[in-house]
Design a protein around this ligand. Sequence first.
Ligand SMILES: [Fe+2]
Length: 388
Amino acid sequence: MAVFTYQCNTRIHFGVGTIQSLAQQLNDGGFGRRLMLVTDKGLIQAGLVEQIEQHLKTNGFSITLFHEVKPNPRDTDCLMGAEMFRANWCDALLAVGGGSAMDTAKAIALLARHGGTPADYVDGGRMYGEIAPIACVPTTAGTGSEVTRGAVITEASSHRKLTLKHEWLRPQIAVLDPALTCTVPKPLTAATGVDALVHAIEGFTCKKTQPISQALAAQAMPLIWRALPLAYRAPDNIEARSDMLLGSLLAGLAFGSADVAGVHCLAEALGGLYDTPHGLANAVFLLPMLRYNIVGNESLHAQVARHMGVAQRDDEDEDAALVLIDALAAWLKALDIPPLSHIDKVQRSDSERMVELAMANSSTASNIRPLTESAYRKILEEAFAATF
Ligand SMILES: [Fe+2]
């Protein structure tokens, strides 16, 4: 058996109503009194942030509000947040939102304590070190960032996606209340949910996978596969929302100690260039990348198909791997995922830039089938030609 490491020290509190115990969780975790709440303007308008602020203030916390979180978070915003964190002598961070809020909080915590820019850490110049504690309250089911040691930040000047990765960045506390996800709009429910499934599939199949990641991904895949169409059709279905949030958590734990792979490399290229929502960017590349990946890896993808319940135990591996593609195509269609060519701002003429960005992504090396520039070009062509 291969040598592997698995670590996750996040205290996970899961279930409907758990948001009511947030202050207690922060007290138990030894968080200081002065919190920076990192969120986006949409959640403020929806009234959720005010409810959480009230709950925390009643329990003796003071709040510095940072509401500049945007999809595909920028390094410039993180620098601004770090300055605010220092100026207000904050003790800890609370991220309320999706992956962008959580990744922004991680970057703010790092920059506030250790200075520099996100690129300084990725390009190797600056050392990671201990940061202020972070608690996360995810409001979408998809990212898994509440339990991972990574944060993806866009360098505004170059459109490069920078992956900060270190054990210091892992949140101490994650409070996952499925009720908070019931108000997520349908397109965002679909896109973030597909991201979660891609985390599970890539966490299961990538070169850096390991037995614990595979066990977690094997649990996550059927949950997400069944629950996402239900949550998409009936947003108030709390059982489906719970299964999605649990599936997303398990998928985050799976890929967090393995890696993502080629789908994410192209998705991050798209997000960096056009601000495409991360989940949607993953969705449009999933099928062409899987068609590429199953060649020579039929047995591995047959396992994915069996875990999702779309193939039977006694199906031939090759058949099961092909059934997986067909089943996923129908699944994505039911979620009204548009094809790449219909996505806002995307230009086919930028394909070479996308290939370049994807090749530069460190997760390219983790893809189960080796990826070259010409392979990426072919996958992109297929994605541009898709009409689903
Ligand atoms: Fe992702």
